[in-house]
Design a binder for this molecule. Structure first.
Ligand code: AMP
Length: 129
């Protein structure tokens, strides 16, 4: 069920629980600013979620409230995860869903990193007619 991205941060969301180690995740990267783990229902050969450690509902919330240090740390972590997986030369895709129209389901900012195979069109084409 897509979320309302304007609502306050809910510290009981599933990614908050993953950050606190209350539920398991398959870690691929961690640092002061970010945590990355494998998506439980991969949509590509490689599908990693990268989340900031701070409490931000969405990309909108993060870009409005996070400090420059948090933003720099998070963005650098996303790039590092891609490089660590040798994705730069073949290429990869980053995606952040925001709110209802974006189809965001978990109310803690996450960037999807997909790769490991050609990914096709960015968005499913609308049917004609
Ligand atoms: P979004 O629709 O952008 O909010 O994406 C949420 C993503 O979180 C989906 O791709 C889910 O498969 C993934 N997901 C949900 N629960 C877990 C979990 N416990 N561990 C890893 N990925 C999860």
């Amino acid at each position: 069920m897509p979320i309302d991205a304007t609502r306050p941060y809910d510290d009981q969301n599933i990614f908050a629980k993953i950050l606190r180690g209350e539920i398991p995740s398959e870690q691929v990267y961690t640092d002061e600013w970010a945590y990355a783990f494998r998506d439980i229902a991969p949509q590509a050969a490689l599908h990693i979620l990268i989340i900031p450690r701070g409490e931000y509902v969405s990309w909108d919330d993060f870009s409005a409230r996070a400090s420059d240090e948090e933003i720099a740390g998070f963005i650098r972590a996303v790039g590092k995860v891609a490089r660590d997986h040798d994705l730069v030369e073949p290429g990869y895709r980053l995606l952040a869903n925001v709110g209802a129209h974006g189809g965001q389901e978990v109310p803690h900012l996450h960037v999807h990193l997909c790769g490991g195979e050609p990914l096709g069109p960015m968005i499913a084409r609308r049917s004609q007619g």
